[in-house]
Design a protein around this ligand. Structure first.
Ligand code: CMC
Length: 430
């Protein structure tokens, strides 16, 4: 807490409230409004939490104007180039990069928790064959609380840690099983001799009748995408995990709630929506029409993969992904006409005053779908990919929340706009 304050005067009553400023290690300070209601009898009104910090956190820092993203202080560009998803997961959860011994132990523990309970297969089989994999993932992750009673005591740090490991380890297994169920393939068990992303790709694509020939470019690209999606401070799904967590709910229920929040097209569902949009546009010559439609408020259409609540300059993840997209498609010899549509769309939008004035730039989801497509990940699985990666962030925030003495149940207030007090009339008189 800094010793700086903000003085607020209520012009109607002339009463004042002296509100302290709260500063972190980086970034803009925030006004602590905790005593506002007591002093002046007012709440604050901030739909969408545009100006509201909901917590302190030491995990991820974003400077939206400068396009900076740091995980535990490390720039995303450095992690993308030099680290691996599992190492980043360790970093997010523990606060420091692991040494070789620590990483070996972490990888070993994650690897040995990748199996899912055999009964979970029956659970998946209860879904209709064409269920969306996000629906299956959300339901199956929530069901884990029924399988792991031994990690439901959230007051025990060791049980919390074990739950975090289980979620990181089992998420790819369950995601791949959901996909295979939807196409009628038998579930493939995790292979412990493979690293995290390669193991996932085997669970997705290996058939019992022949070994899988996997181009290492594919696992490398997936690992990079997972690093870029691993955390993004108080985004909608992470805030959901924290809100549910604030009630004392178990970690599996919290993460299932996070998956549900991620599914929306304004959030993680955007990567699936981008590909559908590019396919609908169909050809670079049609991008002008799409941009005009996106500017027309009556059309109900937005350019998917464009805009961000925090980034008002560029999304550093999008810069990395754009470059990677070219590399991966080149290395895999994929010639995707939708990449030409995406490039043309980006070029037209970035020159358009509507997008310039509103500071709307391509976000992380604009190019990620094209890479997933080149890796032969089906479109309905794109948001599932995001969920696997974001699990690292969700559990890191859930763990942090349970160590924070200031954590209280999340309970926003409202401005009531309904009917004023009135008397009940019997049905005969209505
Ligand atoms: N296409 C056209 N217009 C847009 C777009 C877009 N993609 N995004 C924002 N705008 C306009 C919006 O209509 C508004 O215009 P005006 O000021 O005239 O009313 C202005 O820009 C500000 O938009 P907003 O909705 O108030 O901004 P927000 O911060 O509440 O929303 C957003 C951020 C990401 C939800 C929004 O930009 C959007 O819907 N983008 C498309 C979906 C998308 O790509 N989502 C992925 C986000 S990044 C990854 C993730 O979070 O999972």
């Amino acid at each position: 807490m800094s010793d700086k304050t903000v003085l607020l005067t209520d012009s109607a009553s002339n009463r004042t409230s002296t509100l302290p400023l709260v500063s972190g290690s980086m970034g803009e300070p925030a006004v602590d409004i905790g005593r506002l209601h007591k002093d002046l009898g007012y709440f604050t009104f901030d739909p969408g939490f545009v100006s509201t910090a909901s917590t302190r956190s030491a995990i991820t820092f974003i400077d939206g104007d400068k396009g900076i993203l740091l995980y535990r202080g490390y720039p995303i560009e450095q992690l993308a180039k030099q680290s691996s998803f599992l190492e980043v997961t360790y970093l997010l959860i523990n606060g420091e990069l692991p040494n070789a011994k620590q990483f070996g132990a972490f990888e070993d523990e994650v690897t040995h928790h990748t199996m899912m309970h055999e009964s979970l297969k029956n659970f998946l089989h209860g879904f209709h064959y064409d269920a969306h994999p996000m629906a299956m993932l959300c339901g199956s992750i929530a069901s884990l609380s029924a399988f792991y009673h031994d990690t439901l005591d959230i007051s025990d740090p060791e049980q919390r840690r074990l739950a975090a490991i289980r979620l990181i380890a089992k998420m790819p297994t369950i995601a791949a099983a959901a996909y295979r169920y939807s196409i009628g393939w038998p579930v493939r068990y995790p292979r412990n001799n493979l690293e995290y992303c390669t193991r996932f790709l085997h669970m997705m694509f290996e058939v019992p009748s022949e070994p899988l020939a996997l181009n290492p470019v594919v696992a490398k690209a997936l690992d990079l995408l997972f690093i870029l999606h691993a955390d993004h401070e108080q985004n909608a799904s992470t805030s959901t995990v924290r809100l549910v967590g604030s009630t004392g709910a178990n970690p599996y229920a919290c993460v299932a709630a996070g998956i549900a929040a991620l599914w929306g097209p304004a959030h993680g569902g955007a990567n699936e929506a981008v590909l559908k949009m590019l396919a609908e546009i169909g050809d670079a010559k049609n991008v002008g029409v799409a941009v005009a439609k996106a500017k027309d408020k009556n059309s109900g259409f937005r350019l998917m993969g464009f805009g961000h609540r925090v980034y008002k300059n560029f999304d550093p993840r999008a810069t990395i992904i754009r470059e990677t997209c070219h590399q991966v498609l080149g290395a895999l010899g994929v010639n995707d006409p939708l990449l030409d549509v995406a490039l043309a769309l980006e070029e037209v939008a970035l020159k358009d005053p509507y997008f310039i004035e509103r500071k709307l730039y391509p976000n992380v989801d604009f190019y990620s779908g094209l890479i997933y497509k080149a890796l032969k990940i089906p479109t309905e699985m794109f948001t599932v990919m995001f969920a696997i990666a974001r699990t690292a962030g969700w559990v890191a925030h859930w763990l942090e929340q349970h160590q924070d003495k200031d954590t209280k149940i999340g309970r926003p207030r409202q401005i009531y706009t309904g009917a004023v007090t009135r008397n009940y009339t019997s049905i005969a008189k209505r």
